[in-house]
Structures are given as C-alpha cells and as structure tokens.
Design a protein around this ligand. Structure first.
Ligand code: 3H9
Length: 676
C-alpha cells in the first residue's frame, strides 16, 4: 500500500495530505505518517504547514476497527500535541466531515478553515466513548462550555457555518478548498501570524448549575449510559484544571469508557449496521433498478408515513385509496404531521409545502402504471393483499418493483398471485414510518437479486437502516417479539403487575416495557393476529388470558384510553388500575397459579432470553444472515437499549452457557419456549 500521508511544498506552504480511503481514519499508519511528516515539515524551509485530506472526506476519527486491540505508538493525543507544539503555524482544511479524532486534529491546529458544505463533530458518544485526544478540553476553550457539552453529548455533527459562529472554525470557503486554503496560509504568513495554541486559552467560566442541568437532561436522554456523563465530568474538569491535568483526566475517563461493555456494545452496533446492508450471496456487481417514483397503496398511518419518507427525500409519490374521503383523511394526517414539524422549528413552511406537494392522491390503479416501486400498506388481510397484487400485476409497467408492507404474512404467497414473483418482496416499515429508522427487507424465495439490491439502496435513500430477512411468520422482528411478549404476560399471571414488569425492562434499558408497548400497539391488534392464525402456529393462548379479557371488555390500550393501564385523556399519562390488578389476580386463581414475588432480574431474563432464544432459531433457519442483523432490527425497530448492543450481543456478553442454562430452566419450570 502506498504511504497514507504525503508531503509537498507549494510556495511557502508545506502541504500534508492524508490519503487513507475510505474515510481517512487515523489508523496506526496514518498516525505514524502524520507524526513523521509534521517533523519533516517543521524542519524544512516552508513557513507554514497545511493539513488536508484526499478523497471524499476529512479524517472521520480514530480507526474504530483498531479499538479493543493492544494500543500501538504513537498514540493520537501525542501526535496532536506534537502538531499543536509546532513552532510553525499549522492550518487544517476540512471537506466532507471532520469527526472525532479528525475534528480533534482540527482543534489541535492553530488555524482552521472548511468548505461551507463540510460538517464537524465529536460523535464518540455514539460509540460509548468520549473525545480522547484533547477534544473535551479544547472544545470548551473555543466554543464555551454549553456549546461544547451539546456538541459532545449529542454527538451530532454541525455544518461549517455553525461551527464558525461557535468559534470552532475560522474561515469558511464556498469552493476550491485547496486554492483558498493556500492563499489564506500565505496571507497568515504575510500578516506575521504565529502558532495560536487552543490549549493555552482560558475556558470561559460558567455557573456550576450548567453541569447539574446537563446531567439532569442526560439522565433522561441517555438513560443508563456511561460516556455522556463522563463527557460532562471532563468539561467540568476543563473549567477547574490547567490543560495538561485536564487532558490527563480526559485520558483516564476515555480509557474507562473504552474498557466498558457499553462501548463494546455500541462499537459492535456501528459495524453491524453497516454489515446489515450487505447480502452475503449477492454478487458485488448486481445491477440496480432506478427508483424515481413510488406509489403507496393505503393512506392510513402506515401508508401516509411511507409516503412522507419518500417525499422527504424528493421522491414523487402517488398515494392510492379506495375513495376521496379516505384520501382526505390520509392527507389530513400527513399535513398535520408536517405542521407539527414546522411548529417545532425543524422544517420551514416552504419545505413542508414542497414535501406535501410531492404526494399526489388517486383512487385509480391506472395511475400507478408508471411507478418504479409500489408499496402496498393496507391492513393485514391476506386476501385483500393478494387482490391488490393481482391488480398491480395487471397495471404496473414491466420492471416495477412490487412490495408488501405486511408485518408477518407470507410474502411468497402474496408474490405468487402475480406473474412476476421475481419483482416482489416485503418492505416492512415500523410505525410511525416517517420516524422509525428500521426497514426490514423481506427477501422472497423468488425475489430477483437486482430487486433485493435496489430495495436495500432505496432504504438508504429514504434514510432508513435496512436489515434483510427471509420469509417466515413475523420475519425477524415480530417473530422474536411474540415470545418476548408472551413471557411478559406469563409473569403477570405468576405474580407480577404491569408496572413491575415494565419497570424491570425499562431499567434494563428498553425504551418502553413490554406491557406498555402492548397497550401502545393496541391489545386488539395482537388479539386479532393470534385469532387469525392456524391452531398449530397459534400455540397455547393461556398466557394471553388477561390481555384477551381486556380486549373483550373494550380496553384496547392507549387508543381507547384504557388497557393494562388507564390513560389520562389530555396527557396520555399511564396509571396503574386496581380493576386490572383484580382481573390479573382472578386469572391466576382460575388457572390455579399461586402468585409469588418475582424479582426484576428474573423478569428481565425471562423476557430478554426469550428474544435471544427465538433469535437463535431464526439464525439456525437462515431467516437472518447474522446475529448483528438481529441486533440492528431490535435497536432501530423495538427500542432495545443501544448500550446493550442488541439481544444477540447482550447474550454473548452475559455468556451463552448462562443463557442456555436459564432458558432450559424456564422451559421446565414455566413452560417457556424450548431452547434453540
Ligand atoms: C475517535 O475518534 C476517538 C478519539 O476521540 C480518541 C482516540 C484516542 N474507523 O459509514 P460509511 C468505515 S472514535 C474505521 O458506510 P458514509 C465503515 O465501517 C471515532 N472504519 O460511509 C465503512 O466500512 P465498510 C469517531 C470506519 O459515507 C466505510 O468506512 N468517529 C470509520 O455513509 C464507509 O463508512 C466516528 O464515530 C472509522 N472511524 O459515512 C465517525 N468510519 O465499507 C464514524 C467509517 O467496510 N463514521 N468507517 O462497511 C461515520 O460516522 C461515517 O462512516 C462517515 C461516512 C460519516 C464518516
């Protein structure tokens, strides 16, 4: 491999170029190369040093694939300190994204410029880490404490213009980064500007309440996570300690985060997300079909959300409903959603109008003739779906991709009613579809390779995270969710209460407990889905006795104001309901179950290991390609705690022997599913 760091002199400027595709990460070779090249540049006749990158982006940070391996010198903080200590001024020029260690390099340089299109940020928190090469100490010195806290605890990159306004970037150029940066370097020299060390600047002082406020906010926003709180500690240290001691403190915190199971989990998810978009047996050169227009059938919550996801990225959508009234209702919801986003200040009125304008209503199938992709999103009636696919087969142009948004039905049977099963597949969105990031791409037995590859690219185009599943009842996500919910229901009958089960799983890190989720989804939805199943698939209904009694009493969950909990009509706040306790106790008595105290640990193990057990069966059957794909489904579709790494990674962390022993025990004692 050619050297990833090169050097040339242009006029008075020593130009250092980092070229380490794909994202110029700080691998060992880059760290060594940069260190050596800077020493050479300091020693030669150039008057000023410019660091820039080749390829599509500036440095995207430390090389994450090296994490967890024994560290090798030179260490990034050392390289950056050498740069800051250069007797010649050092300038950095950013294009693409300067992230993590990449942005820390920018902060360690003396002058900073960027293209207007560039973004900078410190996203380490998403890897369970904190900026460990001076970022926590230098950022508040330039941008102040509050801006630094926001940048690092959110991990969200900001555009160059905003970074300039915050004092993190000095000059922003619209184009010709190299030309402009070289001219700026010559100007700095002509003006007699020398090195300006950020580490020598004072940190603007703030009231201690700022840190308390940040911790309180994070207790909600980053519940259970270690790194965000350590970031606050580091910034607080920056306000108290001189730079060298502050940097030392940062390094200790970084090392602790790096060694934590949380960071291992989040690093796993980083790579798993990128892997999930790859299909093992799909040839690399698989051609792609163009998706320039989409049609969505059904303007309900799902169809409307899918239409918005497409319109939001500029794809024109035809939205089909049975009649004008249904269309009007659907558009009412879509317009309401856009209006809410505008009200929150996240979208301009003009942009909202443009997005809405891309969605055109129709009641005529003939209008779908030109669509490149049609997504059927009507309710879960297999016969209705088949009727729709027969119509699509008649009207759609050759080469159009036909997708069903079914949550659990047989995609092959639906594709089988058409004369083009190769063009068919499942695209399973999660509700609300305009918000949730997961897209389960369901590969039918006959789905053509290019259809699958196109669907994966389409998922990325509409800013979703794809995970590929084969056909089975419920695919990856919902199939695993069934045993999870069943265990939660059984816990109620054995002695737990809705709020204790939910509290245990919430504490574990789930976005919501399983009972609250059932109420949110609608208890009738699960009820109807189970009733529609053939007896042999349906299994034993006993665990659902309480849920079914609630449905029969008209308590359908949040939407009817009462389910396992009762809901305040204004705030939707859930409260435990003594009537439900009575019903649960009555059900236990009827089933002859002696209620017992159940600890939080057992509740978590019963529910989470049920997920893991089904996940292993899914892997065994080849429904999912890899454990990481399952983790991605659970992270983005079901609110599984990011710092646990997903159910399969969590199982590895606690030990598969332990999981197997407990699943066996639960199977024998409580009739839980048999081990995979
Ligand atoms: C850090 O810096 C710690 C320091 O504070 C302290 C150290 C002491 N390393 O995402 P893409 C790979 S922590 C290794 O598909 P995009 C990625 O796996 C780091 N590999 O492209 C993929 O590989 P493959 C803080 C990396 O255009 C390929 O590059 N930095 C790294 O959609 C393309 O990636 C971050 O957290 C890396 N740092 O997005 C930034 N980054 O092709 C993480 C990417 O085999 N990176 N790869 O699947 C990103 O956010 C996005 O990759 C980026 C490009 C926005 C840069």
């Amino acid at each position: 491999m050619s050297h990833p760091v090169s050097y040339r002199v242009v006029g008075n400027v020593g130009v250092v170029t980092i070229d380490n595709p794909p994202v110029n990460a700080f691998s060992l070779a880059v760290r060594k190369g940069l260190n050596d090249t800077i020493s050479d540049a300091i020693a030669d006749d150039s008057g000023i040093i410019l660091i820039a990158c080749a390829g599509r982006t500036f440095v995207a940070g430390a090389d994450i694939s090296e994490f967890g391996k024994p560290p090798e010198d030179p260490w990034l903080p050392e390289v950056l300190d050498n740069i800051e200590n250069s007797p010649k001024p050092v300038v950095t020029a950013v294009h693409g994204t300067a992230l993590g260690g990449g942005f820390e390099l920018v902060l360690a340089s003396h002058y900073r410029c960027a293209l207007a299109s560039a973004k900078v940020g410190l996203p380490e928190v998403h890897l369970g880490l904190l900026p460990g090469a001076g970022g926590t100490q230098r950022t508040p010195r330039l941008a102040g404490v509050e801006a630094a806290l926001e940048l690092m605890t959110s991990g969200r990159p900001i555009p160059a213009g905003k970074a300039q306004a915050a004092g993190l970037i000095d000059e922003v150029f619209d184009d010709d980064l190299e030309g402009n940066a070289l001219r700026w370097c010559e100007q700095l020299l002509a003006d007699g500007k020398g090195p300006v060390k950020v580490s020598e600047k004072a940190v603007p002082q703030v009231d201690a309440a700022v840190f308390d406020g940040a911790r309180q906010l994070l207790a909600k926003r980053a519940r259970g996570q270690l790194a965000p709180f350590r970031i606050v500690d580091c910034v607080e240290a920056a306000t108290r300690l001189p730079y060298p001691q502050g940097a030392e403190f940062e390094r200790e915190q970084f090392a602790e985060c790096m060694a934590s199971p949380q960071s291992a989990a989040m690093r796993h998810l980083f790579f798993a997300e990128r892997q999930a978009a790859k299909v093992r047996d799909l040839p690399k050169d698989t051609s792609l079909r163009n998706i320039r227009s989409v049609a969505v059938i059904g303007a309900g919550t799902m169809g409307g959300g899918i239409a918005m996801s497409c319109a939001n990225v500029g794809i024109p959508v035809k939205l089909l409903e049975v009649d004008a009234a249904a269309l009007e209702r659907g558009f009412g919801v879509i317009e309401g959603n856009y209006a809410k986003t505008v009200k929150k200040g996240r979208l301009s009125q003009e942009e909202a109008a443009a997005r809405r304008g891309r969605i055109e209503g129709t009641t005529d199938y003939a209008d779908l003739a030109d669509a490149d992709l049609v997504i059927e999103a009507v309710f879960e009636d297999p016969e209705l779906k088949k009727t729709i696919f027969r119509k699509l087969d008649e009207v759609c142009k050759p080469g159009a991709i036909l997708a069903t948004n079914t949550s659990y039905q047989d995609v092959d049977a639906i594709a089988g009613v058409t004369n083009r099963p190769g063009d068919c597949l499942g695209l399973h969105f999660f509700s609300p579809a305009n918000v949730m990031k997961l897209l389960e791409v369901v590969r039918g037995a006959k789905t053509d390779d290019d259809v699958l590859a196109t669907a994966i690219r389409f998922a990325k185009t509409i800013r979703k995270v794809p995970a590929v599943a084969r056909v089975c009842y419920g695919f990856i996500g919902n199939r695993m969710f069934n045993p999870y919910i069943r265990e939660a229901q059984k816990l109620l009958i054995e002695g737990a209460l809705p709020e204790t089960v939910d509290a245990a799983l919430y504490e574990f890190g789930m976005a919501m407990g399983p009972i609250a989720v059932s109420d949110l989804a609608g208890l009738d939805v699960g009820y109807k889905a189970r009733m529609a199943l053939p007896e042999e698939v349906r299994g034993d209904d006993t665990p659902f006795k309480v849920a079914d009694a609630l449905v029969e009493a008209g308590r359908l969950g949040q939407k009817s104001g009462a389910g396992f909990y009762t809901y305040d009509p204004e705030t939707r706040r859930a409260s435990p309901d003594p009537e439900v306790v009575t019903l649960i106790e009555k059900t236990s008595a009827e089933l002859g179950v002696e209620r017992r105290d159940i600890g939080a640990e057992e509740m978590v193990e019963r529910c989470v290991f049920a997920l893991v057990n089904e996940g292993l069966k899914i892997l065994d059957e080849g429904i999912a390609q890899r454990p990481g794909d399952i983790d991605i489904v659970y992270l983005y579709g079901y609110g599984f705690a990011v710092h646990r790494g997903g159910p399969m990674f969590y199982a590895d962390q606690v030990g598969l022997d332990h999981v197997l022993a407990r699943v066996r025990e639960f199977h024998e004692r409580f009739g839980s599913d048999a081990p995979a």
